[in-house]
Design a protein around this ligand. Sequence first.
Ligand code: SIN
Ligand code: MN
Length: 271
Amino acid sequence: MKLTQEQIERFERDGYLFFPGLFSPEEMAVLKAQVPSLYAQHRPEIIREKGSDAVRTVFAAHLMNEGFAKLGRHPRMIGPAEQLFGEPVYMHQFKVNGKQAFDGDVWQWHQDYGTWQADDDMPDARAMNVSVFLDEVNEFNGPLLFIPGSHKAGALAASHDLSTTSYPLWTIDERTITDLVDRGGIVAPKGPAGSMLLFHSCLVHGSPSNMSPWNRTIVYLSLCAVSNHIRRFKRPDYIAHRDFTPITALADDCLTDRSVRIAELPLAQPA
Ligand code: SIN
Ligand code: MN
């Protein structure tokens, strides 16, 4: 998939692009069918919400499961990132965020590049998230909140929050958020399952808790320009990958074409 010049300019201005319903219900059904067997596992790659068994994040699902492995090589996900960076990309991080009905907890305001720089020594903000909604995202089930244009502030000062949620995050203070929101406002892209959202790694974002009876599953590919690979290997490799091999995209119908197989799934559970 290739972005138009108008989309590239909008990405540069706002820091994100939203494609409602880009993937079909059939394609999303293939991925959704894989989720229960992932959530049933108890392993270090799967982070639960604080004080609950609800799944917050499944890291590295693309190394456990064929459907997610295909999504990690999908041309609609990979193409725009390659185009924006002008070079091949590798998978820095892959996660399925559960944000489960009633239990899904807040993600405080942050920039992803803040963490990638501080923890992983990623040289530049030449990495980005490309995400796809596995469920409808609405105003009630904890949508992502973006501050448009906030990516232009570059990497902001952040503090390491180790206590609010079950997952440590470099978060941004309220004064800075207030100033950024005064300038850019807040948006919450909402849409059906299959919607794709790509955003700059310096875009300030977060999400409220999910008080609704509806799950809000979003899958994130964090794609990094190969020349910009991380230099520090402090975090577990299922969180910050060390395999800098450029991703080769599969065919556009790979999710529904059963003849497309992924030979290597190094973290798959033995059958
Ligand atoms: C994130 O910012 O990494 C996750 C936010 C969310 O899934 O709500
Ligand atoms: Mn984030």
